[in-house]
Write a protein that binds this ligand. Structure first.
Ligand SMILES: [Zn+2]
Length: 230
């Protein structure tokens, strides 16, 4: 049996992180675990943790580190992650990353990939983003061209008012400030790679697959020779 692929995908809003996570998970036959999904899942299945999360969100609050960690811990304890997983949106803080390392102590090494895109490229990309008014599907459109109907349902694609340059730059600033310590936390590890996200989704996907395969093969060599992967 090959080693499990336990992948964390980091990247700013607009970097295409979600799309890459979904595709990679499908190709490798492992679950994609996003914090949004597991929160909804925990709330729906009405677990004790889910009830606590729901109470927090209903009150307009943000689910704190501790509760988020507990929910992720529960999710990563299920059998479907035996061959690995792709985590999208977690960890967001160094406290969460530290907790994830503790969880992974018994589940194998973590591979961390940061999809890096310069701010100016993200602003340009997000300015071309349109959202379907009917089904919520988000998609990029070509600059200057007529906006086509939604690929998924034929609905009208509209510009989201919070996708203005000012709002986007502020979102990116907040993201960078919050995530810098997280990238610093991981970047010195041999199982970390920064990928150039400023290219086509296909090229980013190929780079992602290449990086993960390289890290996993290094890990198996390291295990075979008794070296410490971290
Ligand atoms: Zn639609």
């Amino acid at each position: 049996m090959s080693a499990p692929i336990n992948l964390v995908v980091l990247g700013p809003p607009g970097a295409g992180k979600g799309t890459q996570a979904v595709e990679f998970a499908q190709q490798r036959g492992i679950p994609k675990i996003s914090t949004g999904d597991i929160l909804r899942d925990a709330v729906q299945s009405n677990t004790e943790l889910g009830q606590r999360a729901k109470a927090t969100m209903d009150a307009g609050g943000l689910v704190d580190d501790q509760l988020m960690i507990a929910i992720v811990r529960e999710r990563l304890g299920r059998v479907d992650v035996a061959c690995g997983f792709v985590l999208d949106g977690f960890p967001r803080t160094v406290a969460q990353a530290t907790a994830l390392d503790e969880i992974m102590a018994s589940q194998g090494a973590l591979v961390v990939v940061d999809i890096a895109v310069p701010d100016d490229a993200l602003v340009a990309r997000l300015a071309l983003r349109r959202v379907c008014g009917q089904c919520g599907n988000a998609t990029g459109v070509a600059a200057g061209a007529e906006v086509p109907p939604c690929e998924r349902c034929g609905g009208e694609l509209v510009f989201r008012s919070d996708d203005t340059e000012e709002v986007i730059r502020e979102r990116l600033r907040v993201y960078a400030e919050a995530t810098k310590p997280l990238v610093d936390y991981y970047s010195s590890r041999p199982t970390f790679r920064a990928l150039d996200g400023n290219q086509s989704p296909e090229a980013v996907g190929a780079a992602l697959n290449g990086a993960v395969d390289e890290i996993v093969s290094e890990l198996s060599v390291s295990v075979a020779t008794g070296g410490d992967a971290r």
